[in-house]
Design a protein around this ligand. Sequence first.
Ligand SMILES: Cc1cc2nc3c(=O)[nH]c(=O)nc-3n(C[C@H](O)[C@H](O)[C@H](O)COP(=O)(O)O)c2cc1C
Length: 225
Amino acid sequence: MTSETATVFSDIVTRRISTRAYRSDPVPQSLLEEVFTVAQRAPSNCNTQPWLIHVASGAKRDALAASMTKALAEGAFSMDFPYEGVYEGVYKERQYGAAQVLYDAVGIERSDKAGRQVQFMKNFDFFGAPHVAFVFMHEGFGLREACDVGMYAQTLMLSMTAHGLASCPQTALSFNADGVREILDIDISQRLIFGISFGFPEVEAPANNAITDRGELSETVTFYE
Ligand SMILES: Cc1cc2nc3c(=O)[nH]c(=O)nc-3n(C[C@H](O)[C@H](O)[C@H](O)COP(=O)(O)O)c2cc1C
């Protein structure tokens, strides 16, 4: 293992950002399979590999975008994992900070409620991405397996970055789980956690200049001797 390897790794980790503007051209199937094959190496408790991934492109992708946009307009929510956590204190500050970085990048004032709504609705058109991966796990699973699925998702997104693709993980894509199951003909025993829009990035788009910061190491990591 060389320091060059570490530099390449750091570069991939840093270049992965939540990308919110895409080119419309699809990713070749051979590249898709390469990217997803590497991600299979993600770790999991007892190697159970509890992730179930459904990737939609083309007509299915368009049908999902239309269905989700309509569902949201009608207030039809069916989340398999409704929000539980409450963001207070530093967590709330970070949440607001991330939103502000995005609004600054796309030139939306905080007071511009209509503008923020337009930006929010782009979630349901996958920010123009030609592909979307829906991340499910079996109904009997809980927090421990969800952690495995999260590790898989980050491995997948890093694999995408390493192969020249961009991605955006989105809780918003889990708002209407019933609709996703219906369109992709997925059994009710599979529970939707979130989705990941992905494809080739629109590099020049203002939304892709939204670079979030991170806290000091001492805020979240404690070393003991
Ligand atoms: C599980 C998960 C769900 C997310 N949901 C959304 C979402 O619904 N819409 C969105 O625009 N960004 C979403 N994000 C992106 C976060 O806002 C982003 O990861 C965070 O601000 C850090 O920025 P970065 O990914 O560019 O480093 C989500 C991220 C994660 C990990």
